[in-house]
Design a binder for this molecule. Sequence first.
Ligand SMILES: Nc1ncnc2c1ncn2[C@@H]1O[C@H](COP(=O)(O)OP(=O)(O)OP(=O)(O)O)[C@@H](O)[C@H]1O
Length: 749
Amino acid sequence: MSSPSDDLRLAETEAEQEYVSMLYGRLDALREQSSKRLAGALRQTGGTHQMRSERDTSVAMYSDQLAQYSAVENGLCFGRLDFHTDDRFYIGRIGLFDEDKEYEPLLMDWRAPAARPFYLATAAAPDGVRRRRHLRTKQRKVVGLDDEVLDINSVDLTRSSEGLTGEATLLAAVNASRTGQMGDIVATIQAEQDRIIRTELNGVVVVQGGPGTGKTAVALHRAAYLLYTHRRQLAKRGVLVVGPNATFLRYIGQVLPSLGETGVLLSTVGELFPGLTAVGREPAGAAALKGRIEMADVVARAIKDRQEAPNLVEVPFDQDVLRLDRRAISDARGRARRTRRPHNEARRAFQREIISTLAAQAVSRLGRHLLDQADIDDIRRELREEPAVQAVVERLWPTLTPQRLLEDLYASPKLIAKATPKLSPAERELLHRPRGAEWTPADVPLLDEAAELLGEDDTEAKAKAERRRRQAIDYAQGVLDILDLEDDADPDILMANDLVDAYRLAERHGAERYETAAERAAADRTWTFGHVIVDEAQELSAMAWRTLMRRCPSKSMTVVGDIAQTGDIAGASSWEQVLSPYVLDRWKLTELTVNYRTPSEIMAVAADVLASVDPALKPPTSVRDSGFPPWALEVGSVAEALPALVGEEVAAVGDGKVAVIVPAASVAELRSVVTGASDDLDAQVVVLGVVDAKGLEFDSVLVVEPADILAESPRGASDLYVALTRATQRLGVVHAGELPAVLEGLATV
Ligand SMILES: Nc1ncnc2c1ncn2[C@@H]1O[C@H](COP(=O)(O)OP(=O)(O)OP(=O)(O)O)[C@@H](O)[C@H]1O
């Protein structure tokens, strides 16, 4: 028999279902409307340039709306606020309004100022809220309600002043099995997170927090919040989110689309040089050296070293030999340098000077008094067009691409030595490598630096664009001609060529590939973003920061990370050291203190490792216990024991995910012994090195040979801390070698 409270709950759930169904009905209607408008816009043809551009804007707008409506399908509405005034708001992923009732809000966008009490109101500071309700839904069905009555009399004074918001829903979310893809936290954002998400747009905000405190989640929700609040400003320039590696970007890739935001570019620093894939590997020492700030000077010197001034250069011209001595070349070089233009752009000034010198010689040999101005102009023109003269200019002041500059530099110990007076021979050797080697992620900031100093010679790019445009027109003409190839065509029937010319068809074809700001930004090295979010920011080298700062001259940035987790040797040891060269002390530090991922049992173990990184660091407080004590197991051979241990974890996590985190040197070997293991996060079992596990999480984690992880890098303790804090439920440590003293507290099994 059901109790009266059960009946009440059922009735409440039914009432909420009715409301939620009405909201979905509204969403469907909007979707249909946008779909029809999009079809209408696509049908429009021809017209003036302005009309075509308006049509393109409409196509883009309706396509974006449609994408947004499908993105918010799951969990469209997740909350309700009841006020003492009897007002009531529903909170959801987007705003919906009743067009028939003067646009009365039916659903409040979570980012709207009026939705804030949903995240901030507490019993002690209710902000007019009487009750906060969390609605849990599956597809379009309401499956649960959690109510919090914000009554001052219910405040538990023994708890911290900031309790958890929507505790039941929050715990359900953090305890759920992991899927291999990060989910959004829009229904359960906590007050300390909300404050950071809604910090003003301008300036640099640093979000420091231990593992699992929601830094990544906060950063992504902040991107969505900023795009909502400053849409006009940010949609044009776009928002860039930088992550540490491709696996991580795939892991977080669905969060913003699920919040209805698609115009954000997700990238690693290594992908920020368009047209180049930097996937090469190199020794950690080489990457760390390339990350040092001194490399900016090395690149500048390497360019100057290419502006040669030999003692004498002879130039055959008109059955004679003209001479350029060191002084003439140095003068021309000085003039070109004084233009303060980038190398490739200053080349014109250099060439002009050289031609002047050569022309003066030629004229004096021929006899100045025999020549008029027109003759002298002819001589200058001939000199400019003379291949021997062009070859000399190219030798003394070559046109350089960033790739050519660095490739030449790395391949030549002589050029390296010239450009690096302050480096030791061993360091120089780290830079040396043969031509044709693959570009590495650490090369990208150097290429970017070089591109700035060289200036872009975009003649080739422009010619290419023009060739592409011509090809598109030719293709379109071909299409039209085929359509009109009917031998017995009735002269009264309009032919395709009569309706639309090739130029316009080609243009229309191009316009169909509408590009968002993010897409345009991805193809343009000089693009500057409206806001840049840097995740796992502690890993970036000083040179990588230079690249990022160039992409964001407004310095509107969110920098997210944990200094205690720095694994890269070139990474940061303090935020001040990273930021002060660019913004002095004009940055704001915010902190997150609650760990939503790692249960307290695991955090107790990780805390000892953290103390070994730096005794002054405090671990974040776990929001829950898991009931599974972490363990350590000594085995004869890890490779032999691992398959069975992984099998046990797979059985324990059901639908969840298992990760085996291993020393970098054993990734390939151990991946091959575990059946079905890969580095693909969609797989149930992954075997990863610590570098690739950064920022990720799994239901169960096996950490293999912690002593080797410690020994593998000067930042080994931070790496071990990262490895131990990836689990949401279960943790085991497997070792054949010694168990490090710092893990001796683990229960042995
Ligand atoms: N308010 C919240 N509600 C529900 N889940 C949350 C909340 N905050 C964080 N989480 C969850 O906690 C986990 C850890 O979050 P996240 O990856 O953002 O942490 P992090 O601070 O970036 O960690 P790390 O430093 O280890 O990379 C994620 O599963 C995230 O969804």
